[in-house]
Design a protein around this ligand. Structure first.
Ligand code: ADP
Ligand code: MG
Length: 559
């Protein structure tokens, strides 16, 4: 039986597409510029094999011009151009991508950066324009053609004049309505900002006529208006450059330019990975916490680029929560994008990248700790709390990744130390890693419970952050040494002669203790003689898992 072809209500399809694929209207400019870049790329690749074509880099560019009076926005390129058939096929058939075909034909050629693949981006122009006019002259042709459409109603093609090879797309920008504003797409500064945001790293110059006023030469207090053609994109992404070409200042500038933070980053990581999934990344460890860091408003994530074109502002899946403070970007040519190119189709590649990045961050932090202690302590002051939450969250799943990065104040060293440093100082006699909890160092120092341990000459870690003890409990032991709160009943310290004395005294005072317990009632479990007191008359201790501090926190937590 003869198969029938599906037909589509193309008018409806186009409408649906124009209005439902993209979340933001400004994307149209990214799409048209991407097409222009592809067109220039194609002529470049053609020139590689065609001796008659010479590719002079200066001759190839994209230009964006706004004309407020006529409400037109023009995007022109000096790329490969389109023949009449190309116009019919590529702009007349929805979801037909000449660029994808080109990519497939030229697969053997390495390093192409063709962006297009879905054959729908062009139509995004109708989100902002009533009429779209494309005038194009293909390379090697004397003829030019004009394609014009108002969107759903179809299109016309007719012969036209065009002096040079390339394509010019004119959008008649829609008038403002009560609900929708379109004027912004005729504003120089706005267009420039959109180009910077999405297309900064397109490899060919994107030019605009930028107007301004400047002091008139030779005359005081007089200004003149001027118009100057400027290239608004940076073109060469810093992440594609060789590390050896870049200085710390270059990375710091990029951090500031991208507004990753207002501080100066403590450290950067520049990755260029050529494995199963190819990607480049520049990551930063910031110095200070953003003001909203420890709130629900904070959104972690890295910028995600595909072939130099911005796909996502904040791709959360690239970072585990506990490294949520990391800023930066990832660019990969191996991502499967969804049709709007605003999201990803499969996250297999992304997962691979995320895994990779996570281990790079960890090793960077470790080397910071090892080689640049001061910087690490600064980092830890800002984000240590995050690491401790990371240990505690997800039932301690990530404790192995994180425990080496933790630091606590030490009674002996009088500064923060790592668990590794603590354990390496333990004598044979010492069985546990001792810690004390309290609001502040000063408070802890006054705790009667610390006396016996300190007297023994053992180091005590001071846990002053409310998350500390939760993290410690999850870790439970480090290098086979268990943690022990100084206020727990059994301190694991060898009994000495003093014990016998205490026992005798305890018997003598049995009645007193019973009276005290009766008086305190449910507030305490029992009143006993203590072996650990020196200069204090009494202290509180706990039995079981929770310490007094943890109980306080749990009681204060909203359910
Ligand atoms: P995609 O870029 O995903 O292929 P588009 O809808 O953006 O889809 O464009 C469809 C096709 O139209 C492109 O693949 C390309 O062949 C052609 N095209 C669009 N813009 C231009 C241009 N400025 N110069 C040459 N060809 C173009
Ligand atoms: Mg496109």
């Amino acid at each position: 039986m003869a198969k029938k072809q599906f037909k589509a209500e193309s008018k409806r399809l186009l409408e649906m597409m124009i209005n439902s694929i993209y979340t933001q209207r400004e994307i149209f400019l990214r799409e048209l510029i991407s097409n222009a870049s592809d067109a220039v790329d194609k002529i470049y690749y053609r020139a590689l094999t065609d001796e008659q074509l010479v590719f002079n880099k200066e001759d190839y560019y994209i230009k964006v011009t706004a004309d407020k009076a006529n409400r037109t926005l023009t995007i022109s390129d000096t790329g490969i151009g389109m023949t009449k058939e190309d116009l019919e096929n590529n702009l007349g058939i929805i979801a037909k991508s000449g660029s994808l075909a080109f990519k497939k034909e030229n697969e053997a050629q390495d390093g192409h950066n063709i962006i297009g693949q879905f054959g729908v981006g062009f139509y995004s122009a109708f989100m902002v324009a009533d009429v779209v006019t494309v005038t194009s002259r293909a390379v090697g042709s004397e003829e030019a053609y004009k394609w014009e459409s108002t969107g759903a109603e179809g299109y016309t093609i007719e012969a036209a004049e065009k002096a040079t090879v390339g394509t010019e797309i004119v959008l008649k920008i829609k008038p403002n309505t009560e609900d929708d504003q379109y004027d912004e797409f005729l504003e120089q500064y706005r267009l420039k900002a959109i180009i910077k945001k999405y297309s900064d790293f397109i490899r060919y110059p994107i030019k605009m006529d930028i107007s301004g006023s400047r002091p008139k030469e030779g005359e005081d207090n007089e200004f003149e208006e001027y118009v100057e053609e400027q290239t608004v994109n940076s073109m060469v992404p810093i992440w594609r450059k060789n590390k050896s070409e870049l200085t710390d200042a270059d990375y710091e500038n990029f951090y500031a330019e991208k507004r990753y933070g207002f501080d100066k980053p403590l450290k950067h990581i520049h990755l260029s990975v050529d494995g199963a999934v190819r990607y480049q990344a520049i990551l930063y460890i910031p110095e200070s916490t953003p003001f909203d860091y420890y709130t629900k408003e904070f959104e972690k994530g890295l910028e995600l680029y595909s072939n130099g074109v911005l796909i996502m502002d904040k791709c959360a899946d690239l970072l585990p929560d506990y490294f949520g403070f990391v800023k930066g970007m990832v660019d990969s040519e191996d991502l499967s994008l969804n049709i709007s190119r605003e999201m990803l189709q499969h996250d297999r590649q992304l997962k691979q990248i995320a895994k990779n990045i996570q281990s790079k961050i960890k090793s960077q932090l470790q080397s910071l700790l090892k080689d640049e202690r001061e910087k690490y302590e600064k980092f830890y002051e800002s984000f240590g709390r995050q690491l401790k939450f990371g240990v505690y969250n997800d039932y301690g799943m990530h404790k192995d990744v994180l425990q080496d990065l933790l630091m606590f104040y030490s009674s002996k060293e009088k500064k923060v130390v790592t668990l590794d440093e603590y354990v390496s100082r333990m004598t044979e006699e010492q069985k546990y890693i001792y810690y004390a909890t309290g609001e502040s160092k000063e408070r802890i120092e006054k705790l009667p419970q610390t006396e016996l341990v300190a007297d023994k000459g053992f180091e005590i870690l001071y846990l002053t952050d409310d998350i500390d003890e939760f993290a410690i409990k999850i870790i439970s032991s480090y290098k086979d040494k268990e943690f022990k709160s100084v206020s727990s009943g059994d301190l694991g310290i060898e009994a000495d002669e003093k014990d016998k004395e205490t026992e005798a005294e305890a018997n003598e005072s049995k009645e007193l203790f019973e009276a005290m317990k009766a008086f305190l009632g449910d507030k305490v479990k029992s009143v006993r003689a203590s072996k650990r007191l020196k200069s204090h008359p009494v202290c509180l201790t706990t039995e079981g898992e929770l310490t007094i501090e943890m109980e306080k926190i749990l009681n204060a937590m909203p359910n």
